[in-house]
Design a protein around this ligand. Structure first.
Ligand SMILES: [Zn+2]
Ligand SMILES: [Zn+2]
Length: 460
């Protein structure tokens, strides 16, 4: 058992580098022992076995997020698909079933998509169903659908932020509108740098978080994640899932959501450079701070913009003087453990200390700045604002969106938009000089008075 009292000896460890170096130096032996988890958990999360998948279908206690009978069946099919051996007849059969439900719900493009997936497993079977009564009818209905039904789905909404960011004691950095905003104005839209699904795993895409029960495709190697499209599948694999695929079961069963999210940021950051020396140079050469105004430009998520977004996230790290020693220890040890797992998985000769140092920082950012997304209690398809009574389903890290301070009576609401962006909307008319507030996580942050997030803006 780890003797926590000796892990973090003093307040001098409120610096990532020192904290990590200290833990690595004194706790090396304790860290060698990777977290142990019940064998059953590992099996259940990484298993791909048709017999087990069949067994799951019969389990009456399977937690389902839907109340409607048809959608419950659909969710069951998706759980079954997640656990089935890829490319087998079982998968094809489940896809045919899902196509039939999609057709009944008049989701014709989804019915056709499922037939195409069947065709990838068994071309003859795919052709047969696509040419059959349901396939033909679905295609016909799709062709005859009024044009304007498509327009909404294809509308590309702008990523923007109509805000000014500056600092004022005692709030630290804060946001004000660029001009007076009317009620219900959507004035900030931003794509998250990373997202983490914490519920609705078999009805939502693990990458873009979209509600897509008709089209989910499981990861080929684990039963943990499903994606709404091959595009999301490829993006997730390239950004982080290749590493997470084997670590995911440990992360999910041994650590909390903040740790999982922080690990995802760390892995994604590594993949932006794909070389630990280049990453080290990048981190060591970061400026000491960045202008507040850079938060007025919403984060980009691809290519060079991803690096810029990361830099803004990096500077969200808050002053740690209020953290207790116990919290520092807990975060420090978890960060070192996860960093070691990532380093081993990536087969990196060195870089353990840098990854651990980044993990501590990301963990702090995840705890303080991650936004929790909510959906309606009775309908997983409906995005809802952060408020008591709604169900949390995901956590995301954004840049501009993280600059809002908290209030129990916020003037701004945020939800997941159809295009995967986080949309911030005014709850009432807001004059130009009034500070903008959101409600953090439906009351998760206890004891925080309105407007006082924490001393944001200083790096230790
Ligand atoms: Zn997706
Ligand atoms: Zn996987």
């Amino acid at each position: 058992m780890i003797d926590f009292a000796t892990v973090v000896p003093s307040r001098s460890c409120r610096n990532d580098e020192k904290l990590v170096a200290h833990i690595m130096q004194y706790m090396r032996r304790a860290l060698q022992e990777l977290p142990t988890m019940p064998l059953l958990d590992i099996l259940l999360l990484t298993i791909k076995d048709n017999q087990y998948a069949l067994l799951l279908l019969k389990n009456p206690n399977l937690p389902l997020s839907h109340t409607s009978y048809m959608l419950r069946l659909l969710e069951l099919m998706n759980i079954f698909l997640a656990y089935c051996e890829p490319g087998t007849g079982f998968v094809a059969e489940a896809l045919l079933y899902r196509a039939a439900i999609a057709f009944l719900y008049r989701q014709d493009e989804h019915a056709i998509f499922n037939y195409q997936l069947v065709g990838e497993i068994n071309p003859a079977l795919g052709r047969m169903f696509m040419g059959g009564v349901v396939g033909q009818m679905a295609q016909m209905r799709l062709l005859n659908r009024p044009k304007n039904e498509f327009n909404n789905a294809m509308l590309i909404l702008p990523i923007m932020a109509d805000v000014r960011c500056n600092s004022k004691a005692p709030y630290g950095r804060l946001l004000r509108p660029t001009w007076s905003l009317p009620k219900d104005a959507s004035f900030v839209r931003e794509r998250p740098f990373v997202r983490l699904l914490i519920a609705d795993r078999h009805v939502r895409c693990d990458y873009c978080l979209a509600y897509a029960p008709f089209t989910l495709i499981p990861c080929r190697s684990c039963s943990l994640v499903m994606y709404c499209s091959t595009r999301c599948y490829d993006r997730a694999q390239n950004e982080y899932h290749k590493v997470e695929c084997s670590l995911g079961s440990i992360l999910r069963s041994q650590f909390g959501n903040a740790e999982f999210l922080a690990a995802r940021v760390t892995i994604r950051l590594y993949h932006l450079f794909n070389d630990i020396d280049v990453l080290t140079t990048y981190i060591r050469n970061l400026p000491r701070s960045i202008p507040h105004a850079s938060y007025e430009i919403p984060g980009g998520v691809a290519g060079r913009f991803a690096e810029e977004s990361y830099m803004k996230l990096y500077f969200l790290a808050t002053n740690r003087s209020k953290l207790s020693r116990a919290e520092l220890k807990r975060d420090g040890i978890n960060a070192c453990k996860i960093a070691q797992m990532i380093q081993r998985h990536l087969n990196l000769g060195n870089g353990e200390l840098l990854l651990a140092e980044l993990m501590v920082r990301h963990l702090q950012i995840a705890r303080t700045n991650a936004l929790t997304l909510y959906r309606a209690v009775d309908d997983p398809a409906v995005a809802a604002p952060a408020a008591p009574g709604n169900t949390p389903f995901a956590m995301v890290l954004t840049t501009t969106g993280s600059m809002f301070n908290h209030s129990n009576e916020p003037n701004v609401d945020y939800t997941l938009a159809v295009d995967g962006a986080i949309a911030f909307k005014t709850k009432r008319n807001i004059p130009r000089d009034e500070q903008l507030f959101i409600n953090y996580c439906g009351g998760r942050k206890r004891g925080i008075s309105p407007g006082k997030k924490s001393a944001v803006g200083q790096t230790v």
